[in-house]
Design a protein around this ligand. Structure first.
Ligand SMILES: [Ca+2]
Ligand SMILES: [Ca+2]
Length: 151
C-alpha cells in the first residue's frame, strides 16, 4: 500500500517568478529592456566603426549613456570585456554622442581620462573594471559593444 504524505508534513511549493524578474518581451529576441529602451550586448569583438554598423543594421545606435542609472545597469550587464559606446571625440576635442552630435551632460570618466593617449583615442569604452568608468581608446581596437534603441 502506498502511503500518502500527511498533509501536515507536506507542503506544496508554488514556484513563481521572482518579482524582480525582467520581462524582455518588449524587445527583440536577444535584446534586454531597461526603461523604455532595448539593448543588445554584442559579444563579438569589433572595432568601433564595425560595431556602429552592426547596431545600425539592427535599427539601433551604439549606446548613448545619459544617466548614472543607465550607466550602472549597463555595467551590471557587462561580462568580461570593455564595451564600445556611441561616444566620440568631436572636432572641438570634447566628447559627444555620435548619433545626435550632442554634448555629454552626464559623464563617468575614469581617473585621468579621457587622456587621448598618443593623440589617437577618439572613441569611448565602458570599462568592465572600475565600476563602469569610461575611457577613450583607439577606435580600431576590437572590443565588445552595446546597441540601444527605443521600444
Ligand atoms: Ca540611452
Ligand atoms: Ca584613454
Amino acid at each position: 500500500m502506498i502511503q500518502k504524505p500527511k498533509t501536515s508534513s507536506f507542503s506544496v511549493r508554488f514556484y513563481t517568478h521572482r518579482t524582480n524578474t525582467v520581462d524582455n518581451s518588449a524587445c527583440s529576441f536577444g535584446w534586454k529592456v531597461f526603461g523604455d529602451h532595448c539593448y543588445y550586448f554584442g559579444r563579438d569583438l569589433k572595432n568601433w566603426t564595425s560595431a556602429k554598423e552592426f547596431c545600425e543594421e539592427s535599427g539601433s545606435i551604439l549606446v548613448r549613456i545619459e544617466t548614472p542609472e543607465e550607466n550602472e545597469w549597463l555595467y551590471n550587464h557587462q561580462e568580461k570585456d570593455d564595451m564600445w559606446t556611441g561616444g566620440i571625440r568631436s572636432f572641438y576635442d570634447d566628447f559627444i554622442w555620435y548619433d545626435n552630435r550632442e554634448d555629454m551632460l552626464y559623464t563617468n570618466w575614469n581617473f585621468m581620462e579621457p587622456n587621448n593617449r598618443y593623440d589617437n583615442e577618439d572613441c569611448m569604452l565602458l570599462l568592465v573594471t572600475n565600476s563602469g568608468k569610461w575611457n577613450d581608446r583607439k577606435c580600431s581596437t576590437k572590443a565588445e559593444f552595446i546597441c540601444e534603441k527605443g521600444i
